[in-house]
Ligand binder design. Structure first.
Ligand SMILES: [Zn+2]
Ligand SMILES: [Zn+2]
Length: 245
């Protein structure tokens, strides 16, 4: 049994460890965390949830000497997808989304209007529909898709499973990009279109909390956390932990 370890790093303690690069770029008035994750051996990278500020994201990609081979969307809310078109135009990388959020994705301009934002752009077509168990390769790095609805009907998380024999920290602990499903000390809201509190609790309890406690959680908003920390201290843990058994 792995011992419980609580992550003690700083808010955005991104770094390159053993070849894997994980970087957070917080964008837009929504303070959304766009993530860059890259394989050190091939320098191929995925951009997760490009919510805004494409030039900043692309500048960092270039600075790191990476080639974007995937655009991974955790869900279809505007704060996670608005820069998808620009990243696609610049890199040609395929766009990944769960079909359950296609309606949201296709209605980005309606979402923009609801927030009073001047976005009329139509996003490019989704290239790959991911689902529970899909595996996405980013160079030599593989990410597994976990279907975690509740915040939106097609929310997914992208997981790199930990391997306790791995030499580097990221590979040993494992990490997951959780979008708006789970945050440090909070959960995704369930009052938006297609949201459901019961479904979200089920997703968090059965899927995310089933991961080893060391697994790092990179959320769509706010600081990084771990499965172990949320299990212990998340104010909603009584509700989602009751779904584990
Ligand atoms: Zn959202
Ligand atoms: Zn969000």
């Amino acid at each position: 049994m792995a011992k419980l370890e609580v992550w003690r790093g700083s808010m955005h303690d991104d770094k390159t460890v053993g070849g894997i690069t994980i970087e957070t770029i917080t964008v837009s008035p929504f303070s959304e965390n766009c993530m860059i994750v890259a394989c050190g051996a091939t320098r191929k990278a995925a951009v997760v949830d490009p919510g805004d500020e494409a030039p900043r994201i692309l500048a960092r990609v270039r600075q790191l000497g990476l080639e974007v081979s995937r655009i991974l969307l955790t869900h279809g809310h505007i704060d996670h997808i608005a820069a998808t078109g620009e990243i696609k135009a610049e890199t040609g990388a395929p766009i990944h989304l769960h079909r359950g959020d296609l309606a949201l994705y296709e209605k980005m301009s309606e979402q923009a209007r609801a927030f009073g934002l001047p976005v009329e752009e139509r996003l490019p077509e989704v290239d790959v529909f991911v689902d529970e168990g899909s595996v996405v390769e980013v160079g030599d790095l593989s990410l597994e898709v976990i279907f975690t609805p509740g915040h939106s009907p097609g929310s997914v998380c992208y997981l790199h499973r930990g391997d306790e024999n791995a030499r580097d920290e990221f590979s040993r602990d494992g990490f997951v990009f959780s979008g708006d499903v789970l945050f440090a000390g909070s959960i995704g809201r369930t009052d938006l279109w297609g949201g459901s509190y019961a479904t979200l609790m089920n997703s968090i309890g059965r899927k995310l909390m089933a991961l080893p406690e060391t697994t790092r959680i990179y959320s769509g908003h706010g600081p990084m956390t771990t499965v172990g920390r949320e299990r212990l201290s998340n104010p909603f843990s009584r509700d989602f932990v009751s779904n584990i058994l």
